[in-house]
Design a binder for this molecule. Structure first.
Ligand code: SF4
Ligand code: SF4
Length: 368
């Protein structure tokens, strides 16, 4: 098969984060600060990415503002010719820092929303006063005029706040909102009892989004990730494994998707040891589930195999114990019924306690 070049790169600059969201997609074992790539290495990786054909760079984490050199990293990315998007909780950004990022050429900001009021947001983020600070940051973002996307992760505890999240996006002048029902990877997998939406909530969320898309057409774009445990077909994960995007994590390891390290038999390479181009085209992990040759039945003879590429490999690993299996979300998977029953059991857990994301030696860094 002809391998396309990647279009987008997610640079997870650090796993440090002042928040502790129980749905965080970061791995349960996280890289310590001393293992993070330095500024010069990231700058080289950005140039290699641009040479490889990457157009969009998503600067993420953890909280990317926990990196003191964030402005220098944006400068380096812009010099490499990349479109830059900062994915942030807002905590750690000051007005001065945002102005410096603007001067460095930052193109876009994606602000996460843990809840639509202080009670919900601070409880879910595990950070008192976080909502107030985030609202202040949103105001500065609007004042500077960064194009803004609001990113609301929804689950059983806050799905009722979806209508308000849509209003807030408009009030903040966002052009787009990503309504993402929690995906169960990383810390979220530990929190299925606390976060799994009910079937009714999942249905209602889809209705609200459908109605809002019509009502707000031309004013607000709504990207929607439904609650996939309650769906009949899986999502096209990462646009297809090794097809359009790659992730570089804080220590320089390159992954086909953020949860790929949960597949134990894959081995991953680092930007310190091999060029990004070689890793993308020749790396064993990238070729493991690229295209459709690796598929078994029922995917191999399915008419949707180039639509969803068999769904999510990490989900197949987590639920079925086989990364090459059909995503159990799929109605054709022999595990589909069990997954749906499991989802209902998790959803019936009432006020199950939140298991907060934590990392060894966690500390928030002061702003620049
Ligand atoms: S999901 Fe929450 S804890 Fe995880 S990086 Fe984002 S803001 Fe931090
Ligand atoms: S059988 Fe495989 S390819 Fe077909 S819809 Fe299900 S996951 Fe997709």
């Amino acid at each position: 098969m002809t391998v396309p070049h990647p279009i987008a790169m997610l640079a997870e600059l650090t796993y440090r984060c002042p928040l502790s969201c129980p749905y965080c997609s970061n791995p349960v074992e996280m890289t310590r600060q001393e293992a993070e790539l330095d500024t010069d290495t990231w700058a080289r990786v950005f140039r290699e990415a641009a040479d490889l054909g990457v157009l969009q760079l998503h600067l993420s984490g953890g909280e990317p503002a926990s990196r003191r050199d964030l402005t220098d990293l944006v400068t380096a990315a812009r010099e490499a010719g990349l479109y830059t998007n900062l994915i942030t909780s807002g905590i750690g950004l000051t007005e001065k820092r945002l102005a410096a990022l603007d001067a460095a050429g930052l193109d876009h900001v994606q602000l996460s929303l843990q809840g639509t009021n202080p009670e919900m947001a601070d409880e879910i983020g595990g950070y008192k006063g976080g909502f107030k600070r985030k609202m202040q940051v949103a105001e500065w973002i609007g004042k500077i005029g960064f194009p803004l996307t609001l990113n609301a992760v929804l689950h059983r505890r806050n799905l009722h706040q979806l209508p308000r999240a849509l209003e807030m996006a408009q009030e903040m002048g966002a052009r787009r909102i990503e309504v993402a029902t929690v995906q169960f990877h990383g810390w979220a997998l530990k929190n299925r009892d606390a976060l799994m939406p009910t079937r009714e909530q999942a249905r209602e969320a889809t209705q609200i989004v459908t109605e809002a898309r019509t009502r707000l057409k031309g004013r607000l774009v709504i990207d929607y990730v439904p609650a996939d445990y309650h769906e009949d077909y899986p999502k096209r994960c990462m646009g297809g494994w090794g097809t359009s995007g790659l992730n570089v994590i804080p220590d320089g390891t390159v992954l086909p998707c953020h949860a790929a390290q949960s597949i134990p038999h894959l081995s991953f390479e680092r930007v310190q040891d091999r060029s990004l181009s070689d890793i993308w085209y020749q790396g064993a992990a990238f070729n493991a589930y690229r295209g459709t040759d690796w598929m078994a039945e029922p995917c191999q003879s399915c008419e949707r195999k180039t639509v969803d590429f068999g769904g999510c490999r990490c989900q197949a690993m987590a639920i079925v114990g086989d990364a090459a299996a059909t995503d159990p979300v799929c109605i054709k998977s022999p595990h589909h019924g069990a997954l749906q029953a499991q989802a209902d059991t998790h959803a019936a857990q009432g006020d199950a306690p939140l298991i907060y994301r934590e990392m060894p030696g966690k500390q928030a860094e002061p702003a620049e």
